[in-house]
Design a protein around this ligand. Sequence first.
Ligand code: AMP
Length: 188
Amino acid sequence: MNIILLGPPGAGKGTQALRLVANHGLIQLSTGDMLRAAVAAGSEVGLKAKAVMEAGQLVSDDIVIGVVSERLDQPDTKNGVIFDGFPRTTAQAEALDKLLAEKGMTLDAVVEMQVDDELLVGRIEKRAAETGGTRADDNAETLKKRLKVYHAETAPLIDYYRGTGKLRTVDGAKSIDDVTSAISGVLA
Ligand code: AMP
């Protein structure tokens, strides 16, 4: 089973992805985690991505698609992948369609985690306080930019995937356990 978790920053995609890993034996493919690792390693990708990420903007499609393509070539992806934070633009969604076809993989479902902006602001501020600023992009100022980018660049993917018949929507404002149950329900 290959699925996409789609939703704004702070919707809880990472949290739910970890639960899907534990409950369904899938692997999590988080482009945010991969890019942060590249920044930490000081690789070429990391050097290109660092300032863009800190500004709350999107890393270029070419870089992100390249990172995902390489990751999908690793054998552990054959049991199923949760795409977390990817795709984030229509160009990335189209590239993913192509990549999956090339690699003989299929997309089973796109789970949209719906959460209002207002709730997200509260959640991200809490996460920033809890992590003590370990994520340079976790602050109120950057969040506003990230939400703007989400609505402009990523939200159109909801209609893109609705058109494929694969979109499943869950209420991401509920408790973590309730959201996990809702996701299991729509994937069953
Ligand atoms: P995330 O951990 O998914 O919230 O991602 C953190 C940051 O990494 C984002 O704000 C972007 O700067 C960058 N990023 C992660 N995934 C992508 C993507 N699919 N396309 C472009 N930039 C991304």
